[in-house]
Design a protein around this ligand. Structure first.
Ligand code: FES
Length: 105
């Protein structure tokens, strides 16, 4: 079962940055790329739970602020040689800029 919730607008997130949102499944980081794509990842690095929302966004990756692992924004997978995966959620921007996050049970 899934549920969509509105979490603000695209303009609430700095380009190449992130904001966070609390969900029943924990805190998620909402990333915005240079090209205004948005991605939702659990705000916990798969290495040692670093806050990915405070990482550096480049292209479709975020670099964890603690030990520099690079995490793919669409899959949540750490890039080789590191291994691990962080949970992702579907997110979409509506034509008016409203962001809808899909919570999955
Ligand atoms: S906690 Fe993210 S790289 Fe170590």
């Amino acid at each position: 079962m899934s549920q969509q919730i509105a979490i603000g607008t695209l303009n609430d997130i700095p380009q190449m940055g992130a904001t966070t949102v609390e969900t029943p499944n924990g805190r998620y980081a909402i990333f915005r790329t240079r090209n205004d794509e948005v991605f939702a990842l659990r705000d916990q690095c798969p290495h040692k739970q670093g806050p990915l929302s405070q990482g550096i966004v480049a292209g479709h990756t975020v670099t964890c602020p603690l030990h520099n692992w690079k995490i793919d924004l669409s899959s949540g997978e750490a890039q080789a040689p590191d291994e691990g995966c962080v949970n992702t959620l579907p997110i979409e921007a509506q034509p008016d800029g409203t962001l809808l996050l899909t919570l999955v049970d």
